[in-house]
Each structure stands twice: as structure tokens, then as C-alpha cells.
Design a protein around this ligand. Sequence first.
Ligand code: GLY
Ligand code: MN
Ligand code: MN
Length: 367
Amino acid sequence: MTILAPIHAVLARTGLDAVILVPGANFRRVFRKDFHQMERPLEVIVPRDGTPVAIVPNLEMGSFAPIGFPGEVFDWRDETGYMDAFMAAGAALPQLRDGARIGVEGQRMRVFDLLALQKALPGAVFVDAHAEISAIRLHKLPEEIELQRKAIRLSEAALEDTLREIRVGMSETEIESLLLRNLFAHGADGLAFAPIVAAGDNAAKPHAHARADYRIKPGDALLFDFGGSCQGYSADITRTFFVKEVSDFDRAFYETVLAANAKGREVSRAGITASDVDDAVQKVLETSQFAAFRRHKTGHGLGLDIHEAPQIMRGNRQLLEPGMVFTIEPGLYRDGEAGVRIEDDVVVTESGIECLTSFPRDLRLVG
Ligand code: GLY
Ligand code: MN
Ligand code: MN
């Protein structure tokens, strides 16, 4: 079995004549190595029949050579440009011209990659096979789940340390810098994404940026959405706190989100659909007095990509199966006032789910 066995399985399942990978989560899952997606194109072309071909920027050869690519490599240098390498790769793949159907990662491949490939493989038909290719990551291996567990454990420890350091009057960016320091102190080797630390009205924006000029004050909601990583596998956790005090209205707002989160964890299990989970969660929000403040679906798959399949969304008939990891993250957002989101990461098991996140969810005052 070669390193390309998962891609050969995609070719067999889909009937495609070839699959092309560019740097990203699928590439990393296959080759166990991450490459930058930058201005220098890097492509791996895996035909159903014949020898695979890679087009690699010369400065990356020191990293590419050890991955054990079982095919022909065409490298190119900055001073000559990449087009000759594309044309040489195309000449080595005569079976991929004239009507061959080639699957590409529609959410990763850039326009300039595609234009160069179209020139190198005239007559080939390029189709978006993002979902079919990414399905190689839908069921996590035990070692992948173990890395996620590690990332979650250290992230939760970092959050607890951060909460103890928070004081009224700190800015969102000051709090963010504490969180970052604590994540790396607890052993993170990277970040899932730039953390969201958002207080007051900023918490009403689901994907807010921390502000240097806003200082937290009593009564503010204070939302953290963040995650440390371990070897590419990440936590994606949201907890919302209140600074010093909370109004009865905000408490009811919070408890509604918490009830929706609990419902999601309660209903999730193998054999139901992603749509069923979102439906159960949304109904809690829709039947509350806060229905008007909904903004998004329940969650998303979590792995080498932070937002990947399965999307936990009404209409997604994907059956949940053991080994799938996804988030349950209902939220409510009152524009200009406050927002609350509570996000957990769960893995589907034979008998239900295991909630990988364990940071307490009861309403907590900080500062
Ligand atoms: N964090 C909410 C969403 O992206 O759907
Ligand atoms: Mn999140
Ligand atoms: Mn998330």
C-alpha cells in the first residue's frame, strides 16, 4: 500500500481520471507534512493509471524530498518561473488530455493554479471534487483524536489561567495576549486561528477581532473563541463569561444558549443526521424569547481544517458515524449589546458521543 492509497480510493469511488492536491488539510493528511499555500504553486497530480507527478517550488525540495512521494517531480526556480514545470508535467501525463476528468479541491485550489493546469493539460475537464477528496478526513484515526484531546486539554488549562488574571479595565488585546502566552506555556505548538476575545458589543459579532481601545467593564459579556494546536490538530472552544455582574436579562440569554448546547450534546449519536442535530438545537433557540438573535448553524467538523465536514446544519443528510469530530456551538447575538456562544468539541462513538471539551459551562463571573 502506498502513501497515495487514500487518493486511489477516491479515484475508485468517483471514477475520476485523476485527483490534484494542493497544500492544505488533505495534502497534510496524505503526506503527514504541511506546506505553505503561497504565491509559488505546488501541485500533486495522481492519475488513476500511470505514474503520479508533482510540481514543486525548488526552495521546498528539502522538505518535499523526505515525504516519500512515489512519482516524478518537476521542480522550478523563482528566476525561471513555474510554467515550464507545468508543461513538462503535462507532457508526462498524456492520458490526462482530451476529455479526462480531473478532480480538484475547489475550496483550496486558486485560479492561477487552475489556469496553469488547463494550459498544461489541454482538453482535460476539471471538476470540483472538494467534498469527495476531503472525505478521506471524515473519520478520525485514534491517533488524530488523541492529538485533538491534547490540544483541548492544554487550551482549557490556558483559559483557566487567563480567567484568573483578568481585571476590570483590561483591554481585549491585553486579555488576548495573556491567552496566547498561556496557550504556548501549556504546550501548544500552533493556533487553530487568531483567538477571538470580545467584550460587550463586540461579543455580538460572531467573528470579532480583539480591540486595543476597549476596556472591559462590569456587566460586559466576555467571549473567548480559541484553540491551541498540536501537530495540526486543534481545539475550537467558546466560552462566554460576564464581568463582575450579570443582569437577569443576560442570565436568561445565557441560559437559553446553554440549553441549546446541552440539547446538541444530548441528541448527537451515530445513525442520526447532521440535520437532526441542528434541528434539535435550533428549536431550543427558536422557541425561546430570543429567537430573533440567532445567526448561524450549530457547528462544523473539526480536524486538520477548523471548519470541515460534517457541517452540522439543517438540510445536511450526512449520517453521523463513529470517529466523526464536530463542534456544538449555538450562539445568540444582540447587535450593539452582547453575544453569547458556548462551543464544545465532540467525537461520535459506537454508543453516543464523547464530549472532548470539559471546561465548565455554568455562568461564571470574572474580573
Ligand atoms: N462560529 C460560528 C460559525 O462560524 O458558524
Ligand atoms: Mn470556535
Ligand atoms: Mn467552531
